[in-house]
Design a protein around this ligand. Structure first.
Ligand code: ZN
Length: 314
């Protein structure tokens, strides 16, 4: 799935507090780097994204023997041979279109479960070295979810296993000009959050939640507009993983609310304490886009030493 990002530059956000619990997950993602060398910081963000996405899954990867010739899934990929016990993801750094940030997709699917055996993420080498670690991490979480099948295995034609079997489950339904997601787990999560209608509205690409329906959610069509922060993995995306056939970790979803009215622009900072953040470290910890502007949730004059209306400037 091709993922476009807004061109708006993120306000410089220094390494946000990323104290994610790296519990031993039964499901493993094995990253294999390809292409242009990646610096230590983005490399560690890619590995952390793999850990975070693995930690959402409670069912093990089904071991499988493969013998895939080079270039079968995509041009330039190496051969893949032997017994896999983790989901292999080739992460390739290469030059993509300027306004394209990354792409991610699964390759072969298991027989029976129709879950991915391996996949590929392409990261745009242009500008990558200037990108805050938070944005690399957020993007890679999004792309790894695509590799697992969220947004990439929703169309019936995409769900064909290695031996050619077709999965008949229905995930999408056309309603006028809009495509709705109708598979049961994500849909019931949407309803539980107060979502209305016959399904979850999707982006025109049919591989992301509609931006106006979920704003900054990690798999939102607008997620690329929300930079400098980690976008939430909502119960919708967790439900979508279940609909694909994964068991998910209870409590794996981040706190999330559906928007009332229009989406805020870079301002729906999660969990802003009444009266503003206690400190800039606390704002960073919460994933706030910095600096905070006067009038924005979380801003308070005490954090704006020079009184210029911008708090927690780098
Ligand atoms: Zn995407």
């Amino acid at each position: 799935m091709t993922c476009w990002r807004g061109l708006a530059l993120a306000a410089a956000l220094l390494g946000a507090g990323l104290a994610g619990a790296a519990t031993a997950a039964p499901f493993g993602i094995e990253v294999r780097f390809l292409g242009a060398p990646l610096g230590a910081a983005p490399r560690s963000a890619v590995n952390e994204a793999a850990r975070r996405v693995s930690a959402l899954i409670a069912s093990p990867f089904e071991p499988v023997r493969v013998n895939v010739p080079a270039g079968e899934c995509d041009r330039g990929l190496p051969a893949l041979r032997g017994r896999l016990t983790r989901l292999v993801v080739f992460v390739r750094v290469k030059r993509l279109d300027d306004d394209l940030y990354a792409t991610g997709m699964p390759c072969d699917l298991h027989d029976g479960s129709f879950l991915p055996i391996y996949g590929v993420v392409d990261l745009n080498s242009a500008g990558l070295s200037d990108l805050p670690r938070t944005d690399v991490l957020d993007t890679m979480i999004h792309e790894f979810l695509h590799v697992l099948g969220v947004g990439t295995l929703w169309e019936r034609d995409a769900r064909v296993s290695v031996s050619g079997a077709q999965d008949d489950r229905v995930f999408l339904k056309r309603q006028g000009k809009v495509t709705l997601y109708v598979a049961p787990r994500a849909l019931s999560a949407f309803r539980a959050l107060g979502g209305q209608g016959a399904g979850i509205p999707l982006d025109p690409d049919r591989g992301h939640w509609a931006g106006e329906a979920v704003c900054s959610e990690v798999l939102s069509g607008s997620s690329g507009d929300y930079t400098g922060r980690l976008n939430p993995v909502s119960p919708l995306t967790l439900g979508a993983l279940e609909d694909l056939g994964y068991r998910v970790q209870a409590g794996g979803a981040a706190p999330f609310r559906l928007p009332v009215g229009a989406c805020p622009v870079q301002a729906d900072t999660p969990a802003v304490p009444a009266g503003g953040f206690a400190s800039c470290a606390a704002a960073r910890e919460a994933g706030a886009a910095l600096p905070l502007r006067r009038g924005q949730p979380g801003y308070r004059p005490g954090l704006d030493g020079d009184g210029d209306g911008l708090a927690c400037e780098p």
